[in-house]
Each structure stands twice: as structure tokens, then as C-alpha cells.
Design a protein around this ligand. Structure first.
Ligand code: GLN
Length: 552
């Protein structure tokens, strides 16, 4: 008897799936490899989407600590997801939804809820078929309406948590036409001490895959350099794939060059042939080459931007790094993000920002390093150093202004100092009741009205913008008049929520309650980031350096 999901599925739709697993160790960049392949398929005219499977028990990434797990990425529908979805959105230039991140927690929650409501009619509820059916259903639903769906399984083959997902993929492939599915396995090919590329880890990891009934169609070897032809042959022989199905994925300096490398290796062409898509693909001279042009263009200078945060981990602020890069591509400069630990500034300014061209204070939660962030804001405001504050960085710009310009010495956010006599940042009155019920975070895309004739209006070129949010606290409406009279301008708002702030007499001092970094893409850089770089490049910078000096 076909399984429940198979009954509802029409295989004649001919949707194509690329399943991506990883071997040997995690963190090999299989997501980037997969996203790069997707980019090339999109360049060839296909509508590509992606699903990221995270075998952890968390229902979503919302509760996960960025220090351990990297940034929590926010989708337009408010889904709090793994940062890999950000890579897919950026590489494929698509907007995904919460259903595109499948976790063990989500799947079990659904199945257990259905069991409780009696949906299984007295049957024993089991991993096979109930959990696996739910996994298959989620993949099919996410793929609906697209030509190709890339499904990346997080973790490494052999992890206990990943087993139900791999079993679901095995069944999925069994239910589908052979040329609709491609299993790609990304592994590590390390060098031995005497400089040999070693294939044994790959062999073992493929053996592991085969022991659960999965035979890879394509193997991608992550290595410092390209795989030697003999090494490819050896892998092919021992892992039972054609030699043409073994690809190198050497280290590159910039992840945006991975699509170019994948193309050079011919991976995209091979994928199209195996999936029977080659004839539908645009001819090579008609393919979209905007990505290539963008990432290979010449840059004419360098800009150093301090990122004043509490996590010394690039992944914790990955979307901000990427946004700076996109803005750099648009402005034709390289941007070096320079991480400054907020705690270093906590005891007062001591030259930490002397050598940078601009400052970004990112989002965050909790009190660690908060005084350092406020100090960075003060320094940037008083010294005409271009500043961009994101979410918490917006809130701390308001707190700093209240303290040092309005003279409200103990002004603070009620999140951090509940006893402050000036809760400049607070829950809105209507949120207090909700607070008792939990789930108060304002998430996802919301529209902001922008006042004409402001910096915000200039950078967005519009009287509104729709950006993604992830916060609980707001500017306290009771203080808005005083703040504005003293010179702080709220140039973007949604009803009584303040969304964008700026200082009219400063070269660039902008804060956003939202997170513009989640919508920034190569070729469609985020306006507040572009504004920051343009202000820096705009003639003499605030510190009296000429454009040439800044660029030098
Ligand atoms: N902690 C702040 C709030 O909840 C800011 C959140 C953030 O920066 N993402 O409002």
C-alpha cells in the first residue's frame, strides 16, 4: 500500500530534487556548494528553491544561542531559522518561508499533536511511517510551484538524529522517477603529511551512506586545492560513481566565487543532464551572468567598519557581514568588518574606533557589553563618525541620546535595567498584557512609513519600506517629543512604533528598529548599508580625510 503522502502526490509533475548530505565532518560548506549549484540552475532559467533540514530537537532556531550556533536568521513570515537559509536566500535571490526549515522538533511536534487528537485512529505511531511521512510531506509542500528543490540535510551522515530524515529521503527517492532525484554527498578530502590527497574518509562516509540504503549520484570533495585526476578516479572506483560525477570544491577566498568554481568544474551541467533538464536550460550565451559580473568586478578601495558586538564569531553576525559586502559591491569598494568586543569599551573610550571609517552596532539581547555599545554610539555621535545601529543598536542610540543630550543620566532600556527611572526603551502599554501570555516578539516583515525629506527617504528612495523584525522592546512614546525637540529625528514609523532614527547634523547617523540585513542580496544591497558606505566615501569624511585618503 502506498504511504499516505505518496497517495496525495502527483509524480507526473516532474519536480526535481537535489538531496545534499555531508560526510566526515560538519562545517564543510555543503550549504554553500548546494546554494551555488542552485544559483547556476537559476542562471539557466530554472525556478529553484531549497529546504534545510536541521536534525536537532529545537522546533526552531529562535531559542538558540548565536555563540554556539551562529545567527538566528529571520524570514519575511517571521520564521526564526538556521543561518543557512540566509545563504540560500542570498545565493538564489528568493524569499523563503518557515516551512523551508524542517527540524526534528517541528516534525515530532506535529506528529504528537496529531496522535493526541486521535488522527491515527488507534494505530501505533512510529518513526516509520509516521515521522518519515511527515518529513516527505514537508519536502513536497515546500517544493510546490518550483522546478528544482535543493534539500540539504544538516549534520553528518551517521548522526543518530539524522537517521529518520535519511530514511525519509530514501523512501522519497523510491517513490519518485529516477531522473527526478539526485543524491549529492559532500565530503572532506584532507592532505596527508606528505602532501597526498586522502580519499579514505570519503570512502568511509559513502560506506556509511550505503549501509542505510543511499547510493550517492554525485560526490563533491572539499579540499584545499582541486582534486587530482587520480584522486577523482580512486573515489569513483571505491564509491561506485562515474569519474565525471566526482567534483572538486577547493577553498576559495570569497564564498561568492563558489558558483564560478562549480561552473568551471561542470557540476551544474552534470546536474542538469542527470535530472533531464539540459534541454530546457537556456543556451549558455543567454544565461543570467549578473552574479559573475558582480563578484568579479574591480574594486577601487577599502573601508574598515567596526562591528561592536558581544560575540567574537563571524557566524553570529553573518547577515551583517554579507550586507556590508553587498553594499561594498554596489559602491565598488572592499569592506573589512573589524570586530570590536563591546566589553572593551565598557569602561570608556580608549581609542578602539580610532582607525575605522564607520561603526555598526548590531542587534542583541541581554545586558552583556551593553555599556560598551552605548559608549561606541557616544563616540560616533560626538565625533561625526558614520554610524548604523541595528535593532539593539537603534535602541542604544536612543538611550545614549537620552543620557548625554537630554541629561537623563540613568536612561536605559527596561529589558536591561527594569528599575530605571527613565525607561526610554520599554514595552508599549498594549504589550504589557500580552507579556503574561508569552510570545511577545515582533517578528518578520512589517511596513514602515518614511517621512519625506529625511536621510531615510533619501536612502530608500521611497515613502515606505518593508523590512524584517525581531524584537520585543520599543521607543517609549512618552519620551518621543523630548527626544525630537533635542534634535533626534524619528524618520520612519509604524503607528506608534519608532522604526528609523537619524541625526540631521551628522554625516551619517542612522538606526533602524528592524533588521535590514536580512533582506540584503548581492546586486540588491540594503539601503541603510549603502547609505553608510556612501557617507564614508562622500568627499572628505567626517574626520577631515579626503576621499583619496579614505580610499588609500
Ligand atoms: N533586545 C532588544 C529587544 O528585544 C533588541 C532585539 C534585537 O536586537 N534583535 O527589543
Amino acid at each position: 500500500m502506498p504511504t499516505e503522502s505518496a497517495q496525495n502526490y502527483d509524480p507526473t509533475k516532474g519536480r526535481k530534487f537535489i538531496f545534499v548530505t555531508g560526510g566526515v565532518m560538519s562545517g564543510l560548506g555543503k550549504g554553500i556548494t548546494a546554494a551555488s549549484t542552485g544559483r547556476l540552475l537559476a542562471n539557466a532559467g530554472f525556478d529553484v528553491t531549497a529546504v534545510k533540514i536541521d536534525p536537532y530537537l529545537n522546533v526552531d532556531a529562535g531559542t538558540m544561542n548565536p555563540y554556539q550556533h551562529g545567527e538566528v536568521y529571520v524570514l519575511k513570515d517571521g520564521g526564526e531559522v538556521d543561518l543557512d537559509l540566509g545563504n540560500y536566500e542570498r545565493f538564489l535571490d528568493i524569499d523563503m518561508t518557515f516551512d523551508h526549515n524542517v527540524t526534528t522538533g517541528k516534525v515530532y511536534q506535529e506528529v504528537i499533536e496529531r496522535e493526541r487528537s486521535g488522527d491515527y485512529l488507534g494505530k501505533t505511531v512510529q518513526i516509520i511511517p509516521h515521522i518519515t511521512d511527515d518529513i516527505k510531506r514537508r519536502i513536497r509542500e515546500a517544493a510546490e510551484g518550483h522546478d528544482v528543490c535543493i534539500v540539504e540535510v544538516g549534520g553528518t551522515v551517521g548522526d543518530i538524529e539524522g537517521m529518520p530524515f535519511l530514511e525519509a529521503l530514501r523512501q522519497f527517492a523510491h517513490e519518485q522517477d529516477e531522473d527526478d532525484i539526485l543524491f549529492t554527498h559532500v565530503t572532506l578530502v584532507p592532505y596527508s603529511k606528505n602532501g597526498e590527497q586522502k580519499t579514505k574518509p570519503t570512502q568511509h562516509s559513502v560506506k556509511e551512506l550505503r549501509s542505510i540504503g543511499l547510493q550517492p549520484d554525485i560526490l563533491v570533495g572539499r579540499c584545499e586545492d582541486k582534486l587530482h585526476p587520480d584522486v577523482k578516479e580512486k573515489i569513483a572506483l571505491f564509491c561506485d560513481v562515474p569519474t565525471e560525477a566526482v567534483f572538486s570544491n577547493p577553498d576559495v577566498e570569497d564564498i561568492y566565487h563558489v558558483p564560478l568554481m562549480v561552473e568551471e568544474e561542470g557540476l551544474d551541467q552534470y546536474v542538469m543532464e542527470r535530472l533531464d533538464l539540459a534541454e530546457e536550460a537556456l543556451p549558455e550565451d543567454e544565461r543570467d551572468n549578473r552574479w559573475r559580473n558582480l563578484v568579479t568586478q574591480e574594486t577601487t578601495g577599502e573601508i574598515d567598519i567596526a562591528l561592536v558586538g558581544k560575540y567574537g564569531l563571524e557566524d553570529a553576525y553573518i547577515s551583517i557581514h554579507e550586507s556590508l559586502k553587498h553594499a561594498g559591491l554596489e559602491a565598488g569598494v572592499d569592506v573589512n568588518p573589524i570586530w570590536v568586543h563591546s566589553e572593551e569599551l565598557a569602561d570608556g573610550y580608549d581609542g578602539e574606533l580610532d582607525d575605522v571609517d564607520g561603526v555598526v552596532v548590531p542587534g542583541g539581547f541581554g545586558s552583556r557589553g551593553i555599556e560598551g555599545k552605548i559608549e561606541a554610539v557616544r563616540y560616533a555621535r560626538e565625533n561625526d563618525l558614520p554610524y548604523l545601529g541595528l535593532c539593539l543598536g537603534f535602541q542604544m542610540a536612543v538611550v545614549e541620546f537620552a543620557r548625554n543630550v537630554l541629561g537623563l543620566d540613568d536612561a536605559h532600556s527596561a529589558e536591561i535595567e527594569p528599575e530605571t527611572s527613565h525607561p526610554i526603551i520599554d514595552l508599549l502599554p498594549e504589550q504589557y498584557d500580552l507579556e503574561d501570555m508569552g510570545g511577545t516578539m515582533r517578528l518578520g516583515a512589517h511596513e514602515t512609513d518614511i517621512d519625506e525629506g529625511t536621510v531615510a527617504h533619501e536612502i530608500y528612495g521611497d515613502t515606505s519600506c518593508t523590512e524584517r523584525h525581531r524584537h520585543r522592546y520599543e521607543v517609549n512614546p512618552e519620551y518621543i517629543d523630548d527626544l525630537e525637540e533635542a534634535g533626534l529625528r524619528f524618520s520612519g514609523h509604524t503607528n506608534n512604533r519608532m522604526e528609523i532614527l537619524e541625526l540631521p547634523d551628522h554625516p551619517y547617523f542612522v538606526g533602524t528598529q528592524f533588521h535590514p540585513e536580512f533582506r540584503s542580496r548581492p546586486g540588491r544591497a540594503s539601503p541603510p548599508f549603502v547609505g553608510l558606505l556612501e557617507a564614508i566615501l562622500d568627499g572628505d569624511d567626517a574626520r577631515g580625510r579626503t576621499e583619496e585618503e579614505v580610499e588609500a
